[in-house]
Ligand binder design. Structure first.
Ligand code: PBG
Length: 327
């Protein structure tokens, strides 16, 4: 027998011990469940590239949220799918009174006042160009876009949103939104800044869900280069200074180092967006029998906690909650 002063395996000897010494845990409190709303009634349309995830009309959405809440999930983030006919170059539909998205937000808050409802602020669901800002001569205009985004944020706050989520990556938008919210009296409406949002191929399935892919080019002049991490600190310093309440890293799984960097350098909560392509990869491999989907899902999610995420936006939220509730 070896005489060893340390046998790290002793702390792994039984399930009880392993759980006792676990450094990180997942809880339903960590999750925000992203959901998709579309026009019509009685609709529940599965996203081709996201098995198990659906677009709902407002009536079926409210029924589904009952089930989400029954799973113990306390927050959702809503994204709209609009038909091409409602899109234009300045995203007018985004701030039209009575538009589907704003109606959905207020109905959700009416029916589920305790639910923390997060929004999306960006032009892409409403833009005939499929970009997050206003396009002119093939360029995405920053300051002109921020003007619209600010109006969108205020409209969403009026509709009852708890957390405003600017996902557009225009410069200066967090400060401009904060100022406008305060001026309108929404001092308690929170901002979760998409601080380090990368120009990622992992958003593909989401763009299927919204039918919002860019009509030309890509998003590299506003979303970050996957090669960079120091640049995430620059973005975080700005979002912090401009008044963000929570800093987000997106995508999550290929960017765990970025999550850790923000967590180590800032005293704000950090959220991780476990994006559509990350969900799709696990689903596809599991459907092929190549990996154990449940185990891979839980491992992916705990890796985000380990990296330092306090909050996880994930299409897995409901499935993961079901497993956590069983345990
Ligand atoms: C766009 C937006 C995107 C996502 C959320 N908001 C995609 C994009 O930037 O093109 C992606 C979410 C996901 O992939 O799950 N404002």
């Amino acid at each position: 027998m070896l005489i060893l002063s340390r046998r790290p395996r002793r702390n792994r000897i039984s399930a009880g011990l392993r759980d006792m010494v676990a450094e990180n845990t997942l809880s339903v409190n960590d999750f925000i469940f992203p959901m998709f709303v579309q026009e019509g009634s009685g609709a529940k349309v599965e996203i081709r590239s996201m098995p198990g995830i659906f677009r709902y009309s407002l009536d079926t959405l409210l029924t589904e949220i009952e089930d989400v809440v029954a799973h113990g999930i306390r927050s959702v983030c809503l994204f709209p799918n609009y038909p091409e006919s409602k899109k234009d170059s300045v995203g007018s539909e985004s701030i039209r009174e009575g538009t589907l998205y704003l109606r959905a937000l207020s109905e959700i808050k009416n029916k589920f006042p305790e639910l923390v409802v997060m929004t999306d602020v960006a032009l892409d669901p409403y833009s005939s160009d499929g970009h997050d800002g206003i396009v002119k001569d093939g360029k995405i205009l920053n300051d002109e876009s921020v003007e619209v985004l600010v109006k969108m944020a205020v409209a969403q706050a009026k509709a009852g949103a708890d957390i405003i989520g600017p996902s557009d990556m225009m410069d200066g938008r967090v400060g401009a939104i904060r100022r406008a919210l305060d001026e309108e009296g929404f001092i308690n409406t929170s901002i979760m800044a998409y601080t380090a949002k990368y120009a990622s191929a992992f958003y593909g399935p989401f763009r299927d869900a919204l039918e919002s892919a860019p009509k030309f080019g890509d998003k590299k002049t506003y979303q970050m280069n996957p090669a960079n991490v120091k640049e995430a600190l620059v973005e975080a310093e700005l979002d912090y200074a401009e008044g963000a309440d929570i800093l987000m890293v997106k995508p999550a799984f290929s960017y765990l180092d970025v999550i850790k960097t923000l967590k180590d350098n800032f005293d704000l909560p950090v959220s991780a967006y476990n994006v559509s392509g990350e969900y799709a990869m696990i689903k596809a491999a599991a459907q092929n029998g190549w990996i154990d989907g449940d185990k891979a899902m839980m491992e992916m999610l705990i890796s985000m906690k380990r990296a330092g995420a306090d909050i996880i936006l994930s299409y897995f939220a409901k499935e993961a909650a079901a497993l956590l509730n069983q345990a």
